[in-house]
Design a protein around this ligand. Structure first.
Ligand SMILES: *[C@@H]1O[C@H](CO)[C@@H](O)[C@H](O)[C@H]1NC(C)=O
Ligand SMILES: *[C@@H]1O[C@H](CO)[C@@H](O)[C@H](O)[C@H]1NC(C)=O
Ligand SMILES: *[C@@H]1O[C@H](CO)[C@@H](O)[C@H](O)[C@H]1NC(C)=O
Ligand SMILES: *[C@@H]1O[C@H](CO)[C@@H](O)[C@H](O)[C@H]1NC(C)=O
Length: 253
């Protein structure tokens, strides 16, 4: 048995060296924080309620902000805490346009978005403080006004169905770029998907760009609620399904 000791140790060392090197590479790679796409994410509050099995008293009936995400970069500076008082002047708009749909009077969503995404976006000068990150995001949301873009083509909450191509066409018409649209998967045995989230993408220069380019079309999903309480996840909508934007009274149907 004794003669095994040396090779085992040697093998163990090689392993360690390899793992250590690998870990180092990983740390190095993630410390570079490379990203090339800012994703302005809107969600449909009624769908958020539904996917979390939450009855949600009076959810907003327009697309609200979920966040502004720099690619897949996350948690870039854990020593940069969220401070509510830094955005006090923005709070009326925050509560209205960027509510935590599940906890309407809480700042939990904003804290989460800042820590996970804002600390990465802060690499850009135009967002290099908490206040600038939130006010820039509000500014983009208002400037690009997804609700009006969809309304113009009659894409409103309704119990009737939409085709994905019509929703994409409305957004293409308004912005000249392709969004990424996400849905709740159909309930078992049904072929209707529920529209949940619409992403509009920007370059680092804050110019519109197509969302999909330069990305292997991906399972970039979307567990992005604080605490991870979400029951189901969004996925990219399936073009062969029909789609619905549920009105408020449809939460449980
Ligand atoms: C992280 O945030 C803190 C607090 O704002 C700041 O002092 C520090 O320079 C930041 N670190 C990096 C690497 O940006
Ligand atoms: C949120 O605050 C408003 C007014 O301050 C209050 O009427 C409402 O009941 C609160 N909602 C929750 C869920 O606490
Ligand atoms: C964006 O996508 C559309 C439709 O797929 C395409 O026609 C257009 O050329 C793309 N724009 C850029 C800048 O690549
Ligand atoms: C899309 O839906 C159709 C019909 O329900 C199904 O056959 C197909 O597998 C789905 N495709 C994906 C990628 O989920």
């Amino acid at each position: 048995m004794k003669c095994l000791v040396v090779p085992v140790l040697l093998f163990g060392c090689l392993c360690l060296a390899f793992c250590y090197g690998y870990a180092n590479q990983r740390i190095f790679a993630s410390s570079k924080h490379e990203w090339n796409k800012l994703i302005l994410t809107h969600h449909w509050p009624v769908t958020v309620c539904k996917m979390n099995n939450n009855p949600c008293k009076d959810p907003p009936t327009f697309w609200t902000l979920h966040g502004l995400w720099p690619g897949r970069e996350e948690m870039c500076n854990k020593s940069w805490p969220f401070k509510l008082n830094e955005i006090e002047d923005l709070l009326p708009e925050m509560f209205h346009l960027w509510p935590d749909v599940l906890h309407p009077n809480c700042s939990r969503l904003w804290k989460h978005e800042w820590q996970k995404h804002g600390t990465c976006a802060a690499e850009l000068e135009c967002m290099n403080s908490e206040h600038k990150y939130f006010s820039k995001t509000l500014e983009l949301y208002k400037k690009y006004d997804l609700n009006s873009a969809l309304l113009k083509f009659g894409i409103v909450p309704s119990t009737s169905y939409y085709q994905m191509k019509d929703i994409e066409a409305a957004i293409m018409n308004a912005y000249g770029v392709m969004p990424k649209i996400q849905c709740l998967p159909p309930d078992h045995g049904k072929s209707t998907q529920i529209l949940g989230q619409i992403e509009i993408c920007f370059t680092k220069e804050i110019e519109l760009r197509n969302c999909s380019e330069g990305e292997s079309e991906s399972r970039h999903f979307l567990k992005d609620t604080p605490g991870g309480l979400q029951r189901k996840d969004f996925c990219v909508c399936n073009n062969t399904c029909r789609h619905i934007i549920p009105p408020v009274d449809q939460i449980w149907n």
